[in-house]
Design a binder for this molecule. Structure first.
Ligand SMILES: Nc1ncnc2c1ncn2[C@@H]1O[C@H](COP(=O)(O)OP(=O)(O)OP(=O)(O)O)[C@@H](O)[C@H]1O
Length: 251
């Protein structure tokens, strides 16, 4: 099986500003990677670079072994699904319509006109995200957590081999956070490569075999949680230390 994502000596940014510098890492099938870093470190920028939403200013992004900048939007969308940090919708589509967008690269049709097997894939993704009960309602009538689960279903509906998820646990209650982490672990166990940006370091520690730490646009640690989230990294990057109660306190 080929490397799902390779970012090689890449820089990227917004307008005149370079945010990411000299970023290099690879993601293999079945990996579940937590991407952590302080506010503004560049996590969303990095996921947008990987998704092809932002171009590499220097270096290279490769998806499934192919130069991402030479791939069509459709080919990229078949290879990876991106969950944006914002869960907005331009108009009041139903949950099923949004989830069905996750298959647009395959069939190019809305939910009602999907072939049965494809509609089944959309429904199965909605079911796995616990969103069946509200999937036929307009998204502007849903709660924040319900909307988040519809958007997560969209990323699963296309069966993409690479998921790029920007804070997928935002707006979810504790039980749904655990359910989503269990779902992502199962997805990774079936071969999907997953990178998720997270702020919850305890969750990253518990669920990821690999953690990438970004600080001021550079990767400062990449490895198992015990080393990537060492007390030195916690202090130097996040300005926290582990507290006796199991949480974190400021340094
Ligand atoms: N569209 C944009 N135009 C200009 N600057 C931007 C844009 N998006 C992000 N930035 C800037 O790029 C830097 C990195 O932002 P990014 O959203 O990647 O950080 P992040 O690590 O995801 O942060 P957070 O944890 O707060 O979500 C920040 O300084 C931010 O202000």
């Amino acid at each position: 099986m080929s490397t799902r994502l390779a970012i090689i000596a890449a820089s990227a940014g917004h307008d005149a500003r370079t945010v990411l510098s000299d970023v290099t890492f690879c993601v293999q099938p079945g990996e579940l990677i937590c991407l952590v870093g302080p506010n503004g470190a560049g996590k969303s920028t990095l996921l947008k670079l990987a998704a092809g939403i932002l171009p590499a200013r220097t270096g290279e992004v490769r998806l499934g072994g192919r130069d991402a900048s030479a791939m069509s939007a459709r080919a990229r969308a078949a290879h990876m699904a991106w969950l944006a940090q914002e869960r907005g919708a331009a108009w009041a589509m139903r949950g099923v319509d949004i989830a069905a967008l996750g298959r647009f690269a395959h069939e190019g049709r809305p939910y009602e006109r999907l072939p049965d097997a494809a509609r089944e894939s959309v429904n199965a993704a909605i079911e796995r995200c616990g969103a069946s009960g509200f999937a036929h309602r307009p998204v502007d009538t849903l709660s924040g957590g319900e909307k988040a689960r519809i958007h997560l279903a969209r990323t699963l509906a296309g069966g993409a081999p690479l998921l790029l998820l920007d804070e997928p646990l935002n707006a979810l209650d504790p039980r749904h956070q655990l359910d989503v982490m269990a779902l992502l672990r199962a997805e990774a166990a079936s071969g999907t490569a997953i990178i998720l940006a997270l702020h919850d370091l305890a969750m990253a520690r518990r669920h990821a075999a690999r953690v990438i730490v970004l600080d001021e646009g550079r990767i400062v640690a990449d490895g198992p949680p015990a080393t990537a989230l060492s007390s030195t990294i916690l202090a130097n990057v996040f300005a926290v230390r582990e507290a006796p109660d199991g949480g974190f306190s400021p340094v």
